[in-house]
Design a protein around this ligand. Structure first.
Ligand code: DP6
Length: 352
């Protein structure tokens, strides 16, 4: 092990879940498997500089978000590193300066934990290789470990380690899948899903009223939890067939059901809460009417928030853009939309 200063930088994208992770078991393990596609433009860029710590028992973490010191995130990352010490004991021998920027506005209402924690986990894996003088560990193992570290920071971040379609959680019919890390689904994806579009309509930019972390906790004694977990498994198995067959009709019905179930579980927790807003429902209703009238296979999904992810194949880009501009923009805050699509995953920026 070498106690030398260094700096590593990665960029990593956000992802949108089609089969939702909602509910945990054990420590940061998913109660059901989930499936997402990784986005292209909504990314976090993180540089992590490390130098030998003056006091390893109190090693320091300072995080700068968009050029400004952010005490709340510095404390969060320190707590995360403390948890990781069990797996990466040398972490305490260094102090850290982390510079991080999101390409999407912080106030855009897009969850940044997936992109942020995956970028940080990749930096940690790079640092681990440098510190332990391993230059050529197997690429698959590197990403598996990064996904494992990312999961400990935020479950959905485990999936952002890979591009394209990604699952996380043990799936009986898919060998190699695990609750510990995500797995890319590279084979059997029909071309209609290539560059699949996700136009994110921002209904509200504010902080969420209830955090995802708390929402997951409310699943513990949820009366419908076990039925929900079964539904997720069955929807995921069906979706794998749909993704390989290019069956857009079933794709739409499964993904929309997943979005409604996610919010249904929130509303029926104890205490129940609502993250959708009137304009979320206006947009959903308009999408469904437009689809019925035009035959364009456009659908929606929701994150744990009010913003609507409008999903559609690349070939319908022009048509759907016109529809969004004419009929949906009026329900978005300051007319804000982010046109994103399926991307190829994280990229190393530098390693010094
Ligand atoms: C609704 O990954 O944010 O976006 O593990 O507590 O950080 P933590 O939760 P988080 O939950 C994401 C929930 C979701 C669905 C999903 O991405 O699968």
């Amino acid at each position: 092990m070498e106690l030398k200063s260094g700096e590593v930088s990665w960029q990593s994208p956000s992802n949108i879940a089609l089969i939702k992770y909602w509910g945990k078991k054990g420590f940061q393990l998913p109660a059901n498997p989930s499936l997402s596609f990784t986005l292209s433009k909504s990314v976090t860029r993180t540089s992590m500089a490390y130098a030998p710590a003056s006091d390893p028992e109190h090693f320091k973490v300072e995080l700068m978000l968009n050029g400004k010191i952010n005490q709340q995130f510095s404390d969060k990352v320190k707590a995360y590193f403390d948890i990781l010490l069990e797996q990466i004991p040398f972490l305490k021998f260094f102090d850290y300066e982390i510079y991080t920027v999101n390409t999407f506005p912080h106030s855009a209402g897009i969850a940044s934990s997936a992109s942020a924690m995956s970028a940080l986990a990749l930096c940690l894996c790079d640092m681990e290789q440098i510190i332990s003088n391993v230059s050529n560990s197997k690429k698959t193992k590197f990403y598996e470990k990064a996904s494992h570290y990312a999961r400990i920071g935020s479950g959905s971040a485990a999936r952002s380690i890979y591009g394209g379609v990604v699952s996380w959680g043990k799936i009986k019919t898919l060998p190699g899948t695990s609750d510990l890390y995500a797995t890319p689904i590279e084979e059997n994806i029909h071309p209609v899903f290539e560059n699949y579009n996700d136009s994110i309509l921002i209904v509200n930019r504010g902080e969420k009223k209830v955090s995802s972390r708390h929402g997951h906790q409310l699943m513990t004694n949820h009366p419908f939890a076990s039925a929900r977990y079964k539904q997720a498994v069955s929807n995921l198995e069906k979706l794998l067939e749909v993704l390989s067959a290019g069956d857009l009709e079933t794709f739409i019905s499964i993904t929309e059901q997943e979005a409604f179930t996610l919010h249904g579980m929130m509303m029926s927790s104890m205490p129940g809460y609502i993250l959708m807003e009137p304009n979320t429902l206006n947009i959903i209703n308009a999408i469904r009417s437009y689809r019925a009238e035009s035959g364009v296979p456009v659908s929606f999904t929701l994150d744990a928030g009010p913003n609507v992810h409008v999903l559609y194949p690349q070939q319908y880009f022009q048509q759907v853009q016109e529809f969004i501009n004419q009929e949906l923009l009026k329900w978005c805050v300051s007319g804000t939309t982010i046109n994103d699509c399926m991307g190829t995953g994280p990229e190393r920026i530098s390693r010094k």
